[in-house]
Design a binder for this molecule. Structure first.
Ligand SMILES: C[S@@+](CC[C@H](N)C(=O)[O-])C[C@H]1O[C@@H](n2cnc3c(N)ncnc32)[C@H](O)[C@@H]1O
Length: 233
């Protein structure tokens, strides 16, 4: 039973992710080529026997690409329109091994074979920090010991003392090269929960992962390869 004090994940998931029109155009607005991710998973030992979980899957670009390389993919999203899009896509392409689940980082309960790999891209920042750790604990519970969590998200790595000027400069640079309106960019800082890398790394480790690799990109984006040890440090 879910505790009454649990976060309502839907309320924090970004209104646009529930609008059918926005979902239909999501891939144009946020294009994602999963090729390098498939290479990373393959290098890390992904095999045809493995279960892979994608949390905050969106339109299902990643599950569609990885399905052929593993036994089973579980594509999870808190938005029903996103999940419906993944189902339409996998049905159209005849892919048989993608399971869709309408749930969140916190509410998803993994069933069946434990996952060898969990992927999450551009979604964890929808949770406030306390709930990020709850989500990370849940991810650990889905994984086999030694299993891999590949996390990509909007994470800050600029000096906190320079935050205002760095964000203003980023907004200025972005406004001519992105499909996002100024207001949508402001919302990311005002209403979502991107955090600093030094905080996120501590959360990941406290939840019981070892960080094998972390990459920070221009102060606003990060990529991690984490391994589940099962024990909080
Ligand atoms: C920016 S999109 C990224 C989608 C996809 N991972 C990609 O990179 O193309 C964020 C996705 O996370 C989902 N989301 C937000 N909060 C969530 C939560 N608490 N649990 C699961 N999914 C969530 C949204 O519905 C949306 O589909």
């Amino acid at each position: 039973m879910t505790a009454r004090w649990t976060l309502n994940e839907q309320q924090h998931a970004g209104e646009e992710h529930f609008e059918p029109e926005a979902v239909a155009h999501f891939d144009e607005k946020m294009p994602f080529d999963p090729t390098s991710e498939i290479e990373i998973f393959t290098e890390l030992g992904l095999s045809k026997e493995d279960t892979v979980v994608d949390l905050g899957t969106g339109t299902g670009v990643f599950p569609m690409a990885i399905a052929d390389h593993c036994d089973r993919v579980v594509a999870i999203d808190i938005s029903e329109p996103m999940i419906e899009m993944v189902e339409r896509r996998s049905n159209t392409s005849g892919i048989q091994n993608i399971e869709t689940v309408h749930a969140g980082f916190l509410s998803y309960t993994h069933q069946g074979e434990p996952a060898s790999f969990v992927f999450s891209k551009d979604a964890l920042h929808h949770l406030p920090d306390f709930w990020k750790i709850e989500a990370l604990k849940n991810i650990g519970e889905m994984l086999t010991t030694g299993g891999i969590f590949r996390l990509r998200d909007f994470v800050f790595s600029f000096d906190p003392h320079d935050s205002h000027e760095t964000i203003e400069q980023w907004l200025d640079e972005k406004k001519d090269v992105t499909e996002f309106s100024d207001e949508e960019l402001y919302v990311h800082f005002r209403e979502e929960y991107s955090t600093y890398g030094f905080l996120l790394e501590t959360m990941v480790e406290q939840a019981g992962f070892e960080i094998l690799e972390s990459t920070y990109n221009q102060g606003f984006y990060a990529e991690y390869i984490c391994q589940w040890n099962g024990d909080a440090t």
